[in-house]
Write a protein that binds this ligand. Sequence first.
Ligand SMILES: Nc1ncnc2c1ncn2[C@@H]1O[C@H](COP(=O)(O)OP(=O)(O)OP(=O)(O)O)[C@@H](O)[C@H]1O
Length: 284
Amino acid sequence: MRRELRLDGVGRRYGLRGPWVLRGVELGVPPGALVRVEGANGTGKSTLLRLLAGIDAPTEGRVTGRPRTAYVPERFPPALPFTAAQYLTHLGTVHGLSRRAAARAAGHWLERLGAAGYADTRLSRLSKGSSQKVAVAQALLAEPELLVLDEAWTGLDADARGELERAVAERTAVGGAVVFVDHDPRRLAGVPAAVYAVRDGSLHRRTGPAPVSAGPRVVVRVQGPAGAVLPADVHRTAASAEETGPGSHTLTVPASHSDVLLRTLLTATPPWHVVSVHAPEERR
Ligand SMILES: Nc1ncnc2c1ncn2[C@@H]1O[C@H](COP(=O)(O)OP(=O)(O)OP(=O)(O)O)[C@@H](O)[C@H]1O
């Protein structure tokens, strides 16, 4: 993602005389951002996400800087006469992949989400959970610059939920942005995020510390050359970073993001030396 996606003075109402669901929305989603949208039922969260995803247009106001976007809707489109692999391969080509690359990406994501066994099953025969895996896979196929997730974790099993959290970390680590709604306040807890609440037809930015538990964390101790600056991407992934000596840093990272953090450190130029990786309570 090269520049910020912006909503300026955005409003949406349904029908010519319908009540305004959202009005006066000012929102910037910069590259690398993780954005959580909260709000009570029926306040307009899905409406906002559809505007961000570009599948709905504002009634008033402007949307600028649209990146390559993918979206997991709250309700996945109903049964189509395709198998999961056919459907995903087709969507991959719509996203601009060659047929072969699309088929490969489809297989990769079905595998990661634990649905490889359903590749040749028709969408209409999939269980709700497997269908949701296809909904998630279609959004991740073409490595979108902006990923918009509307309750995308709902219906997934624990392994697939973890895999989707890892996928979020991968997108933001490479400078993509992720906007999500999830009813579980522990979702992606502890990951640096901008939090907005939809209330009374307006969007409010929440400031101050998150009131939710931090979720499982991992402590990573790293050593670089004295005076070396941590790669900028580390700060998108780690919840905290403390310099403990010349070139020595102790990073605390949400468990879902530890793989991505380690990859960032080990592939930096020059690479950082990972001294230890352990649970917060263990002493090294
Ligand atoms: N396509 C539509 N046509 C008419 N009204 C709509 C449409 N989509 C949403 N609305 C109305 O807009 C308001 C906000 O709905 P929206 O689905 O955006 O809220 P939400 O916060 O996502 O709700 P939930 O948490 O229940 O999913 C509701 O009053 C809803 O009835």
